[in-house]
Design a protein around this ligand. Structure first.
Ligand code: HEM
Length: 202
């Protein structure tokens, strides 16, 4: 073992010793590849949110600008608050939620996940609860297969609310694995709900 003596103080210089004995770190290209790949899933999720984003924006602008009342929009015009809350919260939930799947981004900004999570949980709960409220109280547009659509909305709306509530409960008791699993379930149900909502919504 080499001993390097600090000339000023006459004692072995441990820092220099470690530097001599450790091999120089090898250069690697892995981080660059990871940062390119980390955006694949969030980008796909944001693209998936694009159709409800456009539809929701059209609906909110229509309601805000006093659109003509038709059989298709009468229920929204009569009681607009639930659908407006639903659309705004659902879109925030989908877009912010997508960034939670960018692992490298989260590693570089450790505070982001917590701050976004504090917005995501209420938005997710408000989306599911307002969806359930509309399922129960808005009259269904006549041509739809009413019982089937009603059943699916009740099932998936409740599933989304319960999953997010369990995800919140898990993180409050510091159970990261359960928190992760339940939040992913809640997000997946919300994203999946968009498809059958569009079937009836537009
Ligand atoms: C995060 C995912 C969701 C997004 C992005 C979303 C988006 C939307 C949008 C944009 C509308 C307006 C439709 C229109 O203008 O005709 C809507 C309506 C509606 N959504 Fe959602 N939604 C989501 C989740 C859910 C869930 C989980 C339920 C379950 C109960 C639900 C139930 C409803 C209902 C009942 C309506 C009213 C449809 C009608 O009466 O025609 N949504 N949603």
């Amino acid at each position: 073992m080499k001993t390097i003596v600090n000339e000023e103080q006459g004692v072995p210089d441990v820092l220099q010793l470690q530097q001599v004995e450790q091999p120089a770190p090898k250069k690697t290209k892995a981080p660059a590849k990871a940062s390119a790949a980390e955006w694949l899933v969030p980008t796909a999720l944001i693209v998936l949110s694009f159709i409800p984003f456009v539809g929701g924006a059209v609906r909110v602008v229509g309601l805000a600008s006093g659109a003509e009342i038709t059989p298709e929009n009468a229920r929204f015009v009569a009681v607009p608050l639930p659908v407006i809350v639903h659309i705004i919260c659902a879109l925030l939930f989908c877009i912010l939620g997508a960034f939670q799947f960018a692992l490298g981004f989260r590693r570089r900004r450790p505070g982001w996940h917590r701050i976004a999570g504090r917005l995501l949980v209420p938005c997710g709960l408000a989306t599911g609860l307002s969806g359930l409220w509309m399922t129960q109280f808005y009259p269904l547009y006549p041509h739809l297969q009413r019982e089937l659509l009603y059943g699916f909305r009740m099932l998936f709306g409740s599933g989304m609310v319960v999953s997010i509530a369990l995800g919140l409960a898990a993180i409050l008791r510091r159970d990261i694995a359960q928190h992760r699993a339940w939040m992913i379930r809640g997000y997946a149900i919300g994203q999946g709900a968009v498809t059958y909502v569009k079937e009836g919504g537009f």
